[in-house]
Design a binder for this molecule. Structure first.
Ligand SMILES: [Zn+2]
Length: 425
């Protein structure tokens, strides 16, 4: 199959959008330039006014398989990714059973190869069953290609065990992703400790619960010579903690999620569980600090923490309802709507932080729109719009604050190699 994307603007991780045509022959970008002519038999896709960008990559998703397939599964999760312009994901291991051994990893990767149209990677647990008492089957998982170790959903409470794991796995080239939280401080993990928690009469989880653990995990990694990646940073001081350690040359990377950039505790309103996640939404000041941290490069990457839950589960009272919202389908469009449209940042940041850097963290090459590179790209319409109806979304769950909302921007086409995974009229 050969395609010529004609009349668009090309996005890259450095620099502004550049007008140019893109020729793809049998899954490889064979030419990029102005006014390319279509060779015989090439389908011309008119992308005038639209953006051709590297496809996105999400290094933090919960596909709930095995064990909670009523929320999400490999097939629906990966279709949700495609719907949002994402062509690769890393699953978190807080499934049931947990992804803590070669057996579970093998089963999952085999299943993914069968049902998913995009590459699906998985992280593995640090501790067996995420119970925090003994090490998981790290060596077996490593042999199947697992590089990221995490007990996401919970921290590893015992610092000696985490340091042991870091000393053991680092020489294999593995790295650690930390969900930071001090359980004794976090309370029922329902919302931020502050104005809104007092108003609603629910015990809140203070930002220091996250920041203390973050600092601890970075210190442990530093002592063990490990690379630690801090997941879903939610607070201004958390961002500053990462900056402080980075300035000292410690091997720490960090991610921020679209919801922690866009929403804050004031959005919870009348106990709306679509704004309940862990770490919780904090304050408007935190939103501003996280955005500044993203623009300054304190955050290496954006990841959604795509966390599907059924409508029934999210309809429970605010404390009982599970934490998390879906994100794969809305991430790119919502970041475009909230930040690119008002000029906070450009496509270069989106490409760098939500496509290139997460791939590099996973040891994968970035997918720039350049001659000779494999075609892994999206066509995005900045003049289009997306309404996140239940029908639009491919995820098994619809627990997103964007449900039934219309945002600016639309992912019109997703190409992976020789296959058009998505093409909207
Ligand atoms: Zn987490």
């Amino acid at each position: 199959m050969s395609l010529l994307f004609k009349g668009g603007k090309i996005a890259a991780e450095e620099g502004p959008l550049v007008p140019g045509d893109v020729l793809v022959v049998d899954g490889v970008i064979t030419a990029v330039g102005k006014k390319l002519e279509a060779p015989k038999g090439v389908r011309v896709v008119d992308v005038t006014g639209r953006i051709v960008a590297p496809a996105m990559f999400d290094s933090h998703v919960h596909f709930r398989e095995p064990g909670q397939e009523h929320k999400e599964d490999l097939a629906h999760g990966s279709e949700a990714a495609i719907n949002g312009g994402v062509t690769g994901v890393v699953m978190m291991p807080n499934t049931s059973p947990a992804i803590d051994s070669a057996g579970v990893v093998r089963t999952l990767l085999d299943k993914a190869a069968e049902v998913s149209r995009i590459p699906v990677y998985t992280s593995g647990c640090i501790t067996k069953g995420r119970a925090g008492t003994e090490l998981a089957g790290i060596d077996g998982m490593r042999k199947l290609g697992v590089t990221m170790l995490t007990d996401d959903g919970d921290p590893v409470v015992d610092p000696a065990l985490l340091k042991n794991a870091m000393e053991y796995a680092t020489p294999f080239g593995m790295f650690f992703a930390s969900h930071c939280e001090v359980p004794e401080l976090a309370g029922p993990r329902a919302l931020n400790e502050g104005k809104v928690s007092y108003e609603l009469g629910i015990k809140g989880s203070p930002a220091c619960s996250e920041e203390i653990c973050m600092d601890r995990d970075i210190r442990l990694a530093h002592a063990a010579g490990a690379h630690v990646h801090i997941q879903h940073v939610s607070s201004a001081l958390g961002m500053e903690t990462i900056r402080w350690w980075k300035e000292r040359g410690v091997r720490v990377t960090a991610e921020v999620s679209p919801h922690h950039l866009i929403f804050n505790e004031d959005d919870i309103g009348d106990y709306d569980t679509h704004y309940k996640m862990n770490p919780p939404l904090r304050t408007e000041e935190d939103n501003a600090a996280l955005l500044a941290g993203l623009k300054e490069g304190v955050f290496d990457l954006i990841a959604t923490d795509h966390a599907p839950h059924s409508e029934f589960e999210k309809s429970q009272d605010f404390v009982t309802a599970p934490n998390g919202i879906t994100g794969l389908e809305s991430a790119l469009v919502s970041l475009f709507d909230r930040f690119v449209v008002p000029g906070e940042f450009g496509w270069d940041l989106l490409v760098k932080r939500y496509s290139a850097e997460p791939r590099r963290m996973m040891g994968l090459p970035a997918v720039p729109i350049e001659e000779g590179k494999p075609a892994e790209l999206i066509v995005f319409d900045p003049a289009g719009e997306t309404t996140f109806t239940r029908e639009f979304m491919k995820s098994k769950s619809a627990n997103t604050p964007f449900l039934d909302q219309t945002l600016k921007g639309s992912v019109d086409l997703v190409l992976l190699g020789n296959e058009i995974l998505l093409e909207r009229d």
